[in-house]
Each structure stands twice: as structure tokens, then as C-alpha cells.
Design a protein around this ligand. Structure first.
Ligand code: AMP
Ligand code: MG
Length: 410
């Protein structure tokens, strides 16, 4: 066994990953599956929405000028000549002195230009008594008031919201060009590992990394390929690394410089091992390489290191490949430190922290094997390489672990 001769700077590794994670090509996605996906090309409306002038009220379609002078004291009578319902328009042309009963969303009949609300009108013996004057265009939704034909309604790069998908439906779109989701292979090794769902027993522990990683990949817009736990055996690990079909390979465990740590050498043999060993804590044995078109991340087996190395290097790659922003996907907050935070010069520290009474409290048990530290934490603070630590009261930036506000968490 031999330690790392020298460790790369976090920024250099980040820079390398950024340079090798351009968005994947587009694929066609069914409308019903497009929410949450990243749009690959601008979408322009090929129709006006609405495509016809429509009523914004239940009431009576009229010629506005026919109602001039109408009031509570002096109602004006128009002849009721028919009705216009949503999807069933009035077929004739409205002439002076006439009214057509109309519902919200129904087409305004030809000849009409305004709607009198039902509340200020009364039907009696084939007539409509109007008790309020309406100017032309009153309560009428114009053609294209929502969207105009030719208008770009959603831009490339947009992560589609539920209402975006609804809007695409409203302009008659059935399929959407989206950035392909990165396919991620998990290569999880360790003779001591039992599959997730099993109970830890004797000297065997349960593989928690793949569970965390799978959820992180899903969060970042990737798709995890089916996988099986691997023994610490060179041939098994080589086969998993060399298998085609992945855009990203995440190796958990066996990634350092120990006797059973085959992955670094195998990555170098099958492709290139561009970095191995990073000046950071935890996850200093992390590495990055390439096999074919796939980016390969060596994540240490210790669960905190595994999470940390994913968040620093693999997460940005998965997001970028899928067309999302590389940056931290959750909120950040700036708050003062409740007590001083120590760190070694020469490496980046990833410190799990709680937030108590608006102050940032570093979590004491910070060993890389203590997964519960990340569960108790609200987020993490990244202490730059050049700092020996930070004094109590110093304002720090916390990268929160959650989508929602920390106040909404227990
Ligand atoms: P390694 O990186 O393989 O040397 O593993 C370092 C530590 O992480 C050891 O205590 C392993 O038992 C543990 N470990 C390795 N893989 C996993 C995993 N998939 N889930 C949870 N712990 C793991
Ligand atoms: Mg191992």
C-alpha cells in the first residue's frame, strides 16, 4: 500500500468535470412525460390561443353600442335570438337590437362585440332587459390574448414546470424535444455489503451508498441503470466498468489506494484516470476519469465521503449532461457561526452543520463514516483551502440539503 503522492485541488477537478459534461443530445418525449424535463429547443406556438373571440362571462352577447344609455332605472330591451355555448357556437349573425345567451368560454357570435353579465340582465318573453351599458370589447377575450401564433412560448434549456406542460397541450403539441437524461451506472463494491432492504448482520453492513446515490441521481435529472452489488474482485469490477450504455459511472468503494482497491487502476487501464486524490475532507480518495464517452467518478465507500464526492463532482456532471445548471440545486443561506469552526490549511473542508436559532452549528461527530451526521445536518459549509477556520460570529454560506425552507423541516 502507498498513500497519495499529491492531491489535486478541488477547483481543478471541478473545472475538468465542467469541460467534459456538455448537454446530451435531444430526444423526443411524450407530452404527458415532459414535466420536469429540460427543453432542447425553443417552442413557438403554431396557433393563436384562443383561436376565436370568447366570452369571459356568463351573460348575453350584444353590440356594445346597442346598450348605451341602459341603466337600473332605464333598462333597455334586446331581442333574444339564440345561444352560444362552449364548443357549440351560435350559427347566425347578430343584428342590431339583438342578444345571444352566452356562457364563459363560448365564441362571441359574428356581429356581437361585447357581453352583458347575467347579473345585470333579465330574460322575459323572448327579450333581454339590459340594466348596464357595456362598451365594445367588454368581457370579450380577443383572439390570441393568451398566446399569439409564431410567439416563442418556451425557450431551450427550460426545465418544464407542470403548467408549462399544460401550455404545450394548449397549443396542440403532442411530443416535445428534450435533452436526454444521463444514464448512470452504479458500480458498488464491497465483500462486506448486503443489499439494501436486508438487515445488517455480524460483520456485514448494508449497502446504503447505492440508495443515497440513486436518489441523488434522480434529483439531478439522471436515470440509474439496473445494477448488482459486486464483490471486491478485479474481473467483476472490470466487467462493470467496461459495460456500454452509461453516460456516467459512479464507483462506490474500493476507490482508494488499498490492496483491494482495484477501480483506480482499472479505470486507467480501460480509459483514463484524470484525477485521483483531491485536497479535501472528507473524500480525499475521490477520483475522476473517462471510459469511452462515460465520465467515471471514484467515490470513497465511507457514506459521508461518498455523498460529499458526489455533491462536489458527480452531481454537477449529471445536472450539466441533462441540460440543467451545474450549480448547487438547493437554496443557500448566509448566517453567522454559533461557534468557531476549525479547518486545516491546504484542503477544502465539507462541514455538516445544523441551524439553531438562526445560527450555524457545526455538527461535532464529523467522521466520514457517520452517515447520521448528514441526516441531522440542515446543510453544509464549504471551508476554502486557504482558511484555517472561521471565528464565531463570522457569516458563512450554508448549502441547504432541502428544496424547501429549513423552517418547514423536523
Ligand atoms: P472502501 O472505500 O471500500 O474502502 O470503504 C470504506 C468504508 O465504507 C468501509 O467501512 C466500508 O464498509 C464502507 N462502505 C463501502 N461501501 C459501502 C456502501 N455501499 N454502503 C455503505 N458503506 C459502505
Ligand atoms: Mg471496500
Amino acid at each position: 500500500m502507498q498513500g497519495f503522492a499529491e492531491r489535486a485541488d478541488v477547483e481543478d477537478v471541478e473545472g475538468f468535470v465542467a469541460a467534459h459534461a456538455a448537454p446530451l443530445p435531444a430526444e423526443t418525449v411524450e407530452l404527458l412525460a415532459c414535466a420536469g424535463r429540460v427543453l432542447a429547443a425553443d417552442v413557438a406556438a403554431e396557433v393563436d390561443v384562443p383561436g376565436f373571440a370568447r366570452s369571459a362571462m356568463d351573460g348575453y352577447a350584444v353590440r356594445g353600442e346597442d346598450t348605451f344609455g341602459a341603466s337600473d332605472y332605464d333598462p333597455l330591451a334586446l331581442r333574444l335570438v339564440g345561444e352560444s355555448m362552449p364548443g357549440r357556437p351560435f350559427s347566425g349573425v347578430l343584428k342590431p337590437g339583438e342578444a345571444v345567451r352566452i356562457m364563459t368560454g363560448a365564441p362571441i357570435p359574428d356581429g356581437a362585440d361585447a357581453v352583458v353579465m347575467a347579473e345585470v340582465a333579465r330574460e322575459r318573453e323572448g327579450l333581454v332587459e339590459v340594466r348596464e351599458a357595456v362598451p365594445p370589447r367588454k368581457h370579450v377575450g380577443a383572439v390570441g390574448e393568451d398566446l399569439r401564433r409564431g410567439e416563442v412560448v418556451l425557450r431551450a434549456g427550460r426545465r418544464l414546470r407542470p403548467q408549462d406542460a399544460g401550455l404545450l397541450a394548449s397549443i396542440g403539441v403532442a411530443r416535445v424535444r428534450c435533452v436526454r437524461r444521463p444514464r448512470v451506472r452504479l458500480v458498488v463494491t464491497g465483500d462486506e455489503l448486503l443489499p439494501a432492504g436486508a438487515r445488517p448482520e455480524g460483520a456485514r453492513i448494508v449497502d446504503s451508498n447505492s440508495v443515497t446515490l440513486r436518489a441523488l441521481v434522480a434529483r439531478d435529472g439522471g436515470e440509474t441503470l439496473p445494477f448488482a452489488l459486486l464483490p471486491d474482485r478485479e474481473d467483476a469490477i472490470r466487467a462493470a466498468l467496461a459495460a456500454p450504455g452509461a453516460d456516467v459511472v459512479l464507483v462506490s468503494g474500493g476507490s482508494s489506494v488499498g490492496r483491494e482497491d482495484f477501480a483506480p487502476r482499472l479505470v486507467a487501464e480501460l480509459g483514463s484516470l484524470d484525477f485521483h486524490g483531491v485536497a479535501m475532507r472528507p473524500s480525499s480518495p475521490a477520483g475522476v476519469g473517462r471510459i469511452g464517452d462515460a465520465l467515471v467518478f471514484l467515490l470513497p465507500g465511507n457514506p459521508v465521503s461518498c455523498l460529499c464526492a458526489y455533491e462536489f463532482f458527480a452531481g454537477p456532471a449529471v445536472r450539466a449532461l441533462g441540460g440543467r445548471p451545474r450549480a448547487w440545486p438547493h437554496r443557500r443561506v448566509r448566517l453567522p457561526l454559533a461557534r468557531k469552526l476549525t479547518s486545516a490549511v491546504g484542503r477544502v473542508d465539507y462541514v455538516r452543520v445544523a441551524i439553531e436559532d438562526g445560527r450555524v452549528v457545526p455538527i461535532a461527530t464529523s467522521g466520514a463514516s457517520i452517515l447520521s451526521s448528514t441526516v441531522r445536518a440542515a446543510g453544509c459549509v464549504i471551508v476554502p483551502r486557504g482558511l484555517e477556520g472561521m471565528p464565531e460570529g463570522a457569516e458563512v454560506e450554508v448549502l441547504l440539503y432541502d428544496e424547501d425552507a429549513p423552517e418547514a423541516r423536523t
